[in-house]
Design a protein around this ligand. Structure first.
Ligand SMILES: [Zn+2]
Length: 87
């Protein structure tokens, strides 16, 4: 009985933490940005590593929607030769 209560509490805190993290961290949601411009080199530069790889969501802390938009923008920029494919 007691263990079940403990487990319940654990799950509750886990959900709360996830919700908190999800709500807070996306910088594009906070600024109400709906479209990420592929020509905005200064912005995109912050989301790629020195090896020219796109950072994962764990690193960028964006929401799923904006990470997808960012990925599209970076790939578009690469094709337009604004960013490099690799080092
Ligand atoms: Zn977002």
């Amino acid at each position: 009985m007691e263990m079940r209560e403990k487990l319940k509490q654990k799950i509750f805190h886990f959900k709360l933490k996830n919700k908190f993290m999800h709500d807070q961290n996306c910088q594009f949601c906070q600024q109400d940005i709906e479209y990420i411009d592929y020509k905005n080199f200064e912005l995109l530069k912050g989301f790629i590593s020195s090896q020219r790889k796109i950072y994962s969501r764990r690193r960028t802390s964006l929401c799923k929607k904006h990470q997808g938009l960012l990925t599209i923008a970076i790939k578009r920029a690469r094709v337009m030769a604004i960013l490099q494919f690799n080092k």
